[in-house]
Design a binder for this molecule. Structure first.
Ligand code: BGC
Length: 328
């Protein structure tokens, strides 16, 4: 009898042991197994970083998507994307400094005005880290190349669009992303250059949107209040045109204002289609990202790279929006 109960005890202990081992393996596997490995993080040899102007901005997400396309087409490289939470030059410079100190294989960043940027690019270069500017250039720095729009020319296109589409005297209010952004200054300079020989068109004032839609609506509100004679509003960064339409809808829904926007985010194109925005100046952020990453890989291969690579920009009006729709 005693013998039988001992056998039972052994059998039950063996069963408990097997259940525990199975449980340990199963839950251990669940805990440490990652269903989807983060793409490209495992077997890469080169680590690159994209520093955008602001987190969660639609335009910068297109740049990132373009850059990731090039990454996906090449093995062994990994691209991290970082940005200040809200557009802020000092924070971007701090991120750039930290990234250089980390010792990555290359950095693609928006160019920022001032000595500090130039110094940091020099520091990166001394450490063998190639730095490319995207979207805004700093020509006096040791960046290896700039990939993006010719922003002075884009400003001239804004002028051309106003000149072509209006007939009488125009008083222009400008909604800018940020006055301390290089591309905004270049676009403004191009716009001024484009209208200088035309005395029918006069700029009355400008205001920052801080590259947000709500900021653009508020800037519109302030501009119209301060200069009620405004007949034309131009938006100089990606969300400004949409914000201008919001702002006008609030403050002067029946006022006839000619609007030129910037960039081809889907909502801007819809507003052109609806006749609320007359035209926009296109940029190609995806192409910027794609090209920038390609240039980075060329540098890695020690190939020659152009110092300035301009991506396309053109005036997009209602007819062009239709064409683009049909091409899809
Ligand atoms: C500019 C970017 C800016 C973005 C804001 C674009 O037109 O080129 O510098 O960050 O607008 O949404």
């Amino acid at each position: 009898m005693q013998r039988y109960s001992r056998i039972w005890i052994y059998m039950i202990s063996a069963l408990v042991f097997m259940i525990s081992v199975t449980g340990m393996i199963y839950y251990g596997y669940k805990t440490f197994y990652f269903d989807k490995e983060p793409v490209g993080t495992t077997h890469y040899t080169d680590h690159y970083v994209l520093i955008s102007e602001e987190m969660g901005n639609d335009y910068w997400e297109l740049i990132e998507a373009g850059a990731q396309q090039t990454v996906a087409e090449n093995s062994g490289i990994y691209l991290d994307s970082i940005a200040p939470e809200k557009a802020d030059n000092d924070q971007l410079l701090r991120l750039l400094d930290r990234t250089i100190s980390m010792g990555v294989d290359g950095i693609i960043t928006q160019g920022v005005e001032g000595e500090r940027f130039v110094e940091l690019v020099q520091k990166g270069t001394e450490r063998g880290i190639p730095i490319l500017t995207i979207d805004s250039d700093v020509q006096g720095s040791e960046r290896k190349a700039y990939i993006g729009t010719d922003n002075f020319y884009a400003g001239q296109l804004m002028a051309q669009s106003i000149i072509e589409q209006t007939t009488d005297q125009q008083f222009v209010g400008i909604v800018m992303g940020r006055a301390d952004s290089i591309n905004q200054r270049e676009r403004l300079a191009g716009l001024k250059d484009g209208i200088q020989s035309n005395d029918q068109i006069q700029i009355v004032g400008n205001m920052d949107s801080n590259i947000t839609r709500i900021g653009a609506a508020q800037a519109t509100y302030s501009l119209i209040k301060k200069y009620p004679k405004i007949t034309t509003l131009v938006g100089m960064s990606a969300l400004d045109g949409i914000g201008i339409v919001d702002g006008l809808g609030e403050i002067a829904p029946n006022k006839e204002v000619y609007i030129t926007a910037f960039d081809v985010l889907p909502e801007t194109l819809t507003l052109i289609d609806k006749g609320k925005i007359a035209a926009t100046i296109s940029q190609d952020p995806e192409e910027m990202g794609r090209r920038a990453m390609e240039v980075m890989l060329d540098i890695k291969q020690e190939e020659y790279v152009e110092g300035k690579i301009f991506t396309t920009t053109e005036i997009i009006d209602a007819a062009k929006v239709k064409q683009r729709g049909e091409q899809k």
